[in-house]
Design a protein around this ligand. Sequence first.
Ligand SMILES: [Zn+2]
Length: 157
Amino acid sequence: MKCPNCHHTSSRVVDSRHTDELSAIRRRRECEECGFRFTTFERMELSPLVVVKKDGNREVFSREKLMDGLLRACEKRPIPYETLEKTAAQIELDLRNLNKSEVSSNDIGEHVMKALITLDQVAYVRFASVYKEFKDIDQLMETLKHLAKGSDDNELQ
Ligand SMILES: [Zn+2]
């Protein structure tokens, strides 16, 4: 990467993140010679994102599996398929932007819950009850209370 200012050939990467298209990466670079900062867009092969499951086993992240989970949580809810696809894409993007080679299934669960809470509260509770494996009804009610407090409408209060 040549510096546009002094044409020096080595630069330091200051920041690096995926663009909305997952196969492109945007890098902020700083010239090692003159300190000039510039941005590059680079195409890249996507490396597989590895998911560490609760039992310690690892598997390659799958967008389809994520979609399955979202579909199950949103079954019979008025949410367009397209919205769920966008949500799944955004979650994958966020996970990749953590810039870790491995993410835990916990990380994924948290991201899904964050997305669902703004999308549909019923879907959120459904997903959370499976994901968090509520031990008893008190725990579930506690979560619902937090949910009601955090939302603008009072549907659940
Ligand atoms: Zn330079």
